[in-house]
Structures are given as structure tokens and as C-alpha cells.
Design a protein around this ligand. Sequence first.
Ligand code: FMN
Length: 238
Amino acid sequence: MRKVLSVFIVCLLSLTLSACSQPNENEGENINPADEIVEPEIVEPEENMETGSDAHILIAYFTYGENANLSNGAEVSSSASIQNWNGEVTGNAGVLAHMIHDAIEADLFSIRTVDPYPSTYDETVAQGRSENDADARPTLAVHIENLDQYDTIFIGFPNWWYDLPMAMYSFFEEYDFSGKTIVPFSTSGGSGFSDILQTISELEPNATLLEGLTINSSQISEAQNDVDAWLSSLGYGQ
Ligand SMILES: Cc1cc2nc3c(=O)[nH]c(=O)nc-3n(C[C@H](O)[C@H](O)[C@H](O)COP(=O)(O)O)c2cc1C
């Protein structure tokens, strides 16, 4: 019964988001894809950042699965963006971040909000809409202490309502990446980057923005080859 309800909710959300027409967006995109539903093992993240290395590259990412209120046996089966990576709960952008991390020497930083997002994806879609409408700046729970160490920051996020999640505005407004290189990567249900690259260059006008990678959520688990090819094209990786 729960799975039937989950499929119904995902279908309903897809219809709702598709009906929400936006300028310059393609109709018929699979905005809220019904990925294979995964029942993850719930693991409380102990660290959001690997520290102590002398890496000059940081991979910072925001992903629903690491920002959702999934503990205490909360309902997670209706989410289409919960992933496992080596037994730890993450999301689609989190998987891309780990794939990049497997290919290059870099530190990882998971962007977390003080207030977690709801345990169900449909509630999160609605909250994301409200936050975007309100031009909200969710308070971040964790902070990069040693930004000077890094000259390049890979920055990953999902497309939320054809825009950055508002927590990413909090992130970009907290840090000055002047003189640094930003390498964007994203995941979406079909919208790709929308106008987000332009937004990042406006938020960080004195950073160098390299060519980004965007992967459809339905292709996440097979994305390692695309990630490696993209890194090679930028001069990273093997
Ligand atoms: C609040 C919200 C809004 C979304 N808006 C869009 C959208 O406008 N276009 C799109 O293609 N996908 C949209 N999606 C789908 C996500 O971009 C997609 O599922 C992504 O892979 C989630 O990544 P994550 O697991 O790292 O959070 C939205 C998802 C949420 C939760």
C-alpha cells in the first residue's frame, strides 16, 4: 500500500511541476523523476567534511538526502533522490560529489542547513517552492574553516524550481571565491542547469567558472564515465 501511495505521489508531483510553466523551459521534462525507490540504511552522518589533508581542491555539495529529516524511522520510501554511497545516506548530487572525489585528490564538504528538509520528497518540493518564492536564505549549519587552502572548488547541487536551492544562495553569499576557480556540477529531472550558471557568475563575479557537468537524476548511478570524461576534459583526473 505504501509503495502504491509513493508511486501515486511521485506521479502527482511530476504532473504538478510540469504544469508549472516557466519561460525558456522545455515542456514535458521529467522534473521529478521516479527513480528506482531505494530503502536506505539510515546512517547518522558524523562528519560533513574530511579535513587534515593538504588538498587544494574542495568538493562542496548540497543534496536532499543529507539534508532531510530521515532519522528516527521517518518515512523515506517516497523519496526519489535518496541514495546510498558505501552504506551512507546521500542524494543524487552527493553521488556525483563522491564520484568526483574518487577520481581526484580533494576534500569533501557537505552543505547542511540548520533546519532539515521534510522526510517526504513531495513536502520538500513544496517547501523548495515556498523558499524560492520568499527569496529565503536558509541558515547553514556548517562552515568551511580553511577556504584559503583551496584554489578550486567543485560546487554541486540539484536544480530546484529552475534555480539553485535557496541554501546555495546562503552558501555563495557566505564565501568570497574571488580569484578561485569554481567547477559547477548539478543534477536535475531534466532542466539541466536552467539559468544557474549565469546566477553563479553574478553571485561570484571574480571567480573563474569552468565548464559544468549536469546529469539527469535517472542516470546518476551510471554517471562515473561521464564524470571521468568531464574531469579529463578539464585537465583533472587520470
Ligand atoms: C524542491 C524541488 C524542486 C525541483 N525542481 C526541479 C526543476 O525545476 N527541474 C528539474 O529538472 N528537477 C527538479 N527537481 C528534481 C531534482 O533536481 C532532482 O531530483 C535531483 O536529482 C535531486 O538531487 P539531490 O538528490 O541531490 O537532491 C526538483 C526537486 C525538488 C526537491
